[in-house]
Design a protein around this ligand. Structure first.
Ligand code: AMO
Length: 428
């Protein structure tokens, strides 16, 4: 059995003409024309035409499309429009048979709905549009790590099985843990804050869990979060970091991922910086002007964010939220204690990230926990670290899946997650 490739398809070049190669991939198309057959062979790097003649063609038999084969053959020039080179086959081996018909058509000639594609995700990955989305996600992760490392952030991995709520609130999954109750982490909030004690600047890119019974294009029960926490930074400084990261992601993919943009049918436009910074109070004024009944202290509903998003398309920061709308760890403004040093990064109506400057005094934190109906005793392990020389710090969390939807111009996070988890989907 020959299954070690000598080359990827994209490595075929002028110098290989007349030479023998071994290619491996799957059959995207197979046409039998009497004494000859034409195979369109695809691998991760590209497509090539394979010509099968003579005895090899007579003995070819039935091979279904999408089967995996290896081809030993000679590289030659081609007259076919869609290919640069072709390979005249000398040996063909079927390494993995595909059934016919397949549950989804990976060529995309027959469109399948998203549920059917997600139920057969591995096969959907042979669809070039889907593969391009996940290649882009890979490049985005690379550029995020590179940019954060350049800014002196150290990558950490915090536990996902925890003994008490990281964020407070009700959206926690619980599980039985050797006779105790454990929870799946909603975010790395407490751990990332603690790590500023010794590492100053940290980041994490991991999956987190929210037991939210939401059925929208932007909520999942398991999502990937990019989190940072930085000592000696204020919320304005971490907003600058966030803006630079978003620009780096857009710039890198816009300039280096042309093939992927073409497959997806979307051109990535680099947003202009700086992003607009609008305060919560300005938003309330805008909404009042638009005829909405809203007062200081009210949360911004989806309908409100649609109005604000229409007024401010693209990326913008929504800053200085009322303290009462923010989690216990967010710090107030010096000049007005009803306002917080906090922000959300928005893309139109869509919330991509939230963050802020943190409280770093354990007594104030305890008071805030109680104010919010949380039991400080549950947070003892966290609170004690604030007496060990805690630096002032700020940070944010951003949903990677949501960021990806803005990058490729679609409005369902399920398209950019391999095996999405939502209230209705727990498998495959
Ligand atoms: P927050 O709860 O706002 O903040 O979450 C931060 C970002 O994570 C993404 N996100 C989600 N994405 C998909 N499905 C979900 N169910 C989901 N929930 C959240 C969003 C959101 O903006 N600890 C704070 C961050 C911080 O202050 O550092 C936090 O978790 O894009």
């Amino acid at each position: 059995m020959v299954f070690v490739k000598s080359h990827d398809i994209s490595e075929l070049n002028q110098e290989l003409i007349g030479k023998q190669v071994v290619l491996g991939g799957w059959i995207e198309d197979l046409r039998k024309l009497g004494k000859m057959s034409f195979i369109t062979l695809r691998d991760i790097s590209g497509i090539s035409q394979v010509i099968v003649k003579g005895e090899l063609n007579d003995n070819l038999g039935e091979i279904n499309r999408q089967s995996v084969i290896s081809i030993k053959g000679i590289v030659q020039e081609t007259k076919a429009r869609d290919f640069e080179f072709e390979v005249k086959a000398e040996e063909i081996e079927v390494l993995g048979k595909a059934i016919h018909p397949l549950p989804v058509d990976p060529i995309g000639r027959l469109e399948s709905n998203i549920d059917t594609r997600l139920n057969h995700r591995a096969l959907d990955m042979r669809n070039q549009k889907t593969a391009s989305i996940f290649k882009l996600r890979h490049y985005v992760l690379q550029i995020l790590r590179k940019t954060l490392a350049e800014k002196k952030f150290i990558e950490i991995t915090t536990p996902k099985i925890i003994g008490s709520a990281s964020e407070g609130g009700a959206d926690l999954f619980s599980l039985e843990y050797f006779g105790k109750t454990a929870y799946l982490a909603q975010s790395p909030q407490l751990y990332k804050e603690q790590m500023t004690i010794g590492l100053e600047r940290v980041f994490e890119i991991s999956n987190f869990y929210r037991a939210e019974n939401s059925h929208t294009g932007r909520h999942l029960t398991e999502f990937t979060s990019i989190d940072i926490e930085a000592a000696f930074m204020d919320y304005n400084d971490v907003m600058d970091v966030l803006e630079a990261l978003v620009i780096a992601v857009y710039k890198f993919t816009a300039e280096n991922c042309k093939k992927e943009q073409e497959s997806i049918g979307h051109t990535i436009e680099i947003p202009s910086a700086p992003f607009e910074r609008i305060t919560y109070n300005q938003c309330v004024e805008e909404l009042k002007k638009a005829g909405e009944k809203i007062e200081f202290g009210d949360d911004l509903l989806d309908s409100h964010l649609r109005i604000i998003g229409n007024n401010h398309p693209g990326f913008y920061f929504l800053t200085d939220w009322p303290m009462k709308l923010k989690p216990f760890y967010i710090r107030e403004k010096d000049e007005d204690a009803t306002l917080s040093r906090s922000f959300d990064l928005q893309y139109g109506y869509l919330e991509l990230s939230s963050g802020g400057t943190r409280l770093h005094d354990s007594e104030l934190l305890k008071a805030r926990l109680s104010e919010q109906g949380l039991d400080p005793a549950q947070f003892e392990d966290h609170l004690k670290t604030f007496d060990w020389g805690m630096p002032p710090h700020s940070g944010w969390g951003m949903g990677l899946d949501r960021l990806m939807t803005t990058l490729i111009g679609i409005d369902n996070v399920r398209e950019v997650v391999l095996y999405p988890r939502d209230p209705d989907r727990l498998s495959p």
